[in-house]
Write a protein that binds this ligand. Structure first.
Ligand code: FAD
Ligand code: SF4
Length: 508
C-alpha cells in the first residue's frame, strides 16, 4: 500500500464537495494541501454524447437504477466528476422558512441559508429563461394549471448559453449547465486544490483514509486518474465527507462509526416520484428546449410538487405502467406526449434508512407510508386534470386502474385515481433528491453532526452534503446542499489553525 499526506481531504465532488473545494482555496493558497477524492471519472466535453444508455452508464451509480432493498424504488445519483450536478436539471430554488423552522436544528437559521443560497445562485448564473425559450411542454403545463385555477411558478435555472438540447439528465453536451463540474471544481483547481478522480475512499480511520484508485476499464469514458492505480493510505488531519446521502452514510457505516453515532444512516428521505404522460393530437416540442421551466408547489396543502419534465424513451417506457398494446400505443405517440413529474414530500420515518452489507456496499431501506401513497394519488389526480385542461386526448396515470384515462373520463378522475392502485414493486417509482443519513442536530442521540457539519465527538471529521438534511426539503435541494456545505467549509477554515497546528505545509 502506498502512503500520502494532505491537510484536508474532501470525499466526493458533487454539490457539497465542489462547494467545499472552492471555499478552501485560501488554505491551498497558504501552501496547505487540499485534495478532493472522487470515485467517478472525469469526462472530456466531447464525451457527452447524449446517448441514453452510454451516458447513464458513465455518469450514474448503477446506471441510474440503484434499487432499494425492497426492490420497489429506484434511486438516481451521480458517480462522476461533479457528482449529481453533472446530471441534474439545474432548477435552483431556495428553501422555505416553514421547512427550515420545522427542522429545528439549533444554530441553523433560514435567513443564513437563504443568503448563502443567493450567493451561490448568483455565482452559478441562475435566472429565469425568457418566454421564447419556453417549450410547448412547459407552456401546456402552465396553461393546464391556469385551466384548473392554479398558478404554476417558473423555475430559475443555472444555465449559460443553453441551446435547448433537453439532455440535462444525461450531462449537458453544450457545457451550458453550471454544475460544480463547470464552476466550483475548475475554480478550486485554479486556486491550487487537487482533484483525484477514480479514487474511492473505502474506509476512514482516525485522520487516515484507505483509498482505492482504479484505471479506466476498456472502452470506458473519462480520463485516467492523476494518481497511479492501487491502494493508498492517506493521512489527513481534516476530513470532509461529501459523498452524497447514500455514499457518505455508507462510508461512515463501513468505517465502524455506527456504534458511537446511533443516528448514522437514519432519517433517509427522497421525494419519491412518478412520471405521468398526456397524449395530445399534435406534436409537442418536448425534446427541444430546457426541460424544466415550471412547477406547482402543493407541499403545504397536499404534500406534493408537480414539475415539468422530459424523459428519454427508455426511461419513459420503463415508467409507463402496463404492458402490451396500450403501452405500445403510448410509446408510439412519444412525440405527442406531454410529461409531468409528480413528487411526494415524504417525511423522515423510522425504518427508512441506509445500511451497508458485509462488503460495505450501501443498502437503502425504504417503505412507502400511507401519507406518501395518498400524496402521490393526489398528485396523479392534479396532473391528470392539468393534462385534460391543456387539451390532452388521453392520460396515462400510474395510479389509475386501469392506467389509461380517456378524455370523457375527465369528470371522474377522483374515483378513477386512488392510492389503492399503488402497488409497491409494480408501480414504477424513482427518486433523485436523496437526503439524510448524517442529519444535523444537537447531540449523538438525535443526530450525527451539529449545524456546521461537525461530527459529534470527532473534531477532525466533517460532513458537507445532502446527508445533513434532518428531514426532506420539499423542494429541489441542490442550492440548499451548497449552502450547508458552505457552512461546513466556514467551520473548517475557522478550526484549521487548531487542527493543523504542528504541521508543516503538508506537501508530501
Ligand atoms: C437526475 C437528477 C436530476 C436532479 N435535478 C435537480 C435539480 O434540477 N435541482 C436540484 O436542486 N436538485 C436536483 N437534483 C438533486 C441534486 O443533484 C442533489 O441533491 C445534489 O447534487 C446532492 O449533492 P451531494 O453533494 O449531496 O451529492 P452528489 O452531488 O451526488 O455528489 C456525491 C459525489 O460523491 C462521490 N462519492 C460518494 N462516495 C464516495 C467515496 N467513498 N469515495 C469517493 N467519492 C465518493 C460520488 O461519486 C459523487 O460524485 C437532481 C439529481 C439527479 C440525480
Ligand atoms: S437544455 Fe440547456 S442545459 Fe440542458 S442539456 Fe440542453 S443545452 Fe444543456
Amino acid at each position: 500500500m502506498r502512503s500520502a499526506r494532505c491537510d484536508v481531504a474532501i470525499i466526493g465532488s458533487g454539490a457539497g464537495g465542489g462547494t467545499v473545494a472552492q471555499a478552501l482555496i485560501p488554505l491551498a493558497t497558504q501552501g496547505r494541501r487540499v485534495i478532493v477524492f472522487e470515485q467517478g471519472g472525469r469526462l472530456e466535453q466531447a464525451e457527452f454524447t447524449g446517448i441514453e444508455t452510454e451516458m447513464a452508464e458513465s455518469l450514474y451509480e448503477d446506471g441510474g437504477g440503484f434499487l432499494t432493498e425492497e426492490g420497489t424504488l429506484s434511486l438516481a445519483f451521480g458517480r462522476t466528476f461533479g457528482g449529481s450536478t453533472a446530471v441534474y436539471s439545474g432548477t435552483s430554488l431556495v428553501p422555505s422558512a416553514r421547512v427550515i423552522e420545522a427542522w429545528a436544528v439549533p444554530g441553523l437559521t433560514h435567513e443564513d441559508l437563504v443568503s448563502r443560497c443567493e450567493r451561490h445562485a448568483a455565482n452559478n448564473g441562475v435566472h429565469l429563461l425568457p418566454p421564447e425559450q419556453i417549450n410547448d411542454n412547459n407552456r401546456l403545463f402552465r396553461e393546464g394549471c391556469l385551466g384548473i385555477g392554479l398558478e404554476a411558478e417558473q423555475f430559475p435555472v443555472n444555465v449559460r448559453g443553453c441551446r435547448g438540447a433537453s439532455l440535462c439528465n444525461l450531462g449537458c453536451p453544450n457545457g451550458a449547465k453550471q454544475g460544480t463540474d463547470r464552476v466550483q471544481l475548475p475554480a478550486a483547481e485554479r486556486g491550487g486544490v487537487e482533484v483525484v478522480t477514480r479514487a474511492e475512499v473505502r474506509r476512514i480511520g482516525d485522520r487516515r483514509l484507505v483509498i482505492r484508485v482504479e484505471r479506466p476499464g476498456p472502452g470506458e469514458k473519462g480520463a485516467a486518474s492523476a494518481w497511479p492505480a492501487g491502494e493508498y493510505s492517506v493521512e489527513a488531519p481534516i476530513v470532509v465527507v461529501a459523498g452524497g446521502s447514500v455514499g457518505s452514510s455508507a462510508l461512515l457505516l463501513r468505517s465502524g462509526l455506527g456504534s458511537a453515532l446511533p443516528r448514522l444512516g437514519e432519517g433517509f428521505t427522497c421525494h419519491p416520484a412518478l412520471i405521468l404522460v398526456g397524449e395530445h393530437e399534435r406534436e409537442i416540442t418536448n425534446d427541444v428546449g430546457h426541460p424544466k421551466s415550471y412547477y406547482l408547489d402543493r407541499s403545504v396543502e397536499e404534500r406534493f410538487v408537480l414539475e415539468t419534465c422530459m424523459y428519454f424513451p427508455f426511461v419513459t417506457a420503463k415508467n409507463l405502467t402496463g404492458f402490451g398494446p396500450d403501452h405500445s400505443t403510448m410509446m408510439r405517440s412519444f412525440r405527442r406526449l406531454q410529461m409531468i413529474l409528480a413528487l411526494a414530500c415524504d417525511r423522515a420515518t423510522q425504518g427508512n434508512r441506509i445500511s451497508v452489507d458485509r462488503s460495505g456496499r450501501p443498502r437503502v431501506h425504504y417503505r412507502f407510508t400511507p401519507e406518501v401513497r395518498e400524496a402521490l394519488a393526489a398528485a396523479n389526480r392534479a396532473a391528470a386534470r392539468i393534462f385534460f385542461a391543456a387539451g390532452a386526448l388521453r392520460v396515462h396515470a400510474p395510479l389509475a386502474n386501469p392506467p389509461l384515462l380517456a378524455r370523457d373520463e375527465a369528470a371522474r378522475i377522483a374515483g378513477r385515481i386512488t392510492a389503492t392502485a399503488f402497488i409497491p414493486g409494480k408501480t414504477s417509482i424513482s427518486a433523485a433528491h436523496l437526503m439524510g443519513g448524517c442529519g444535523m442536530g444537537s447531540s449523538p442521540t438525535d443526530s450525527v453532526t451539529d449545524s456546521w457539519g461537525r461530527v459529534h465527538g470527532l473534531p477532525w471529521l466533517r460532513i458537507a452534503d445532502s446527508s445533513l438534511f434532518p428531514d426532506s426539503l420539499e423542494i429541489n435541494p441542490y442550492l440548499t446542499v451548497m449552502a450547508l456545505a458552505d457552512r461546513t467549509a466556514n467551520a473548517v477554515l475557522e478550526d484549521a489553525g487548531r487542527l493543523l497546528a504542528n504541521r508543516g505545509t503538508g506537501l508530501s
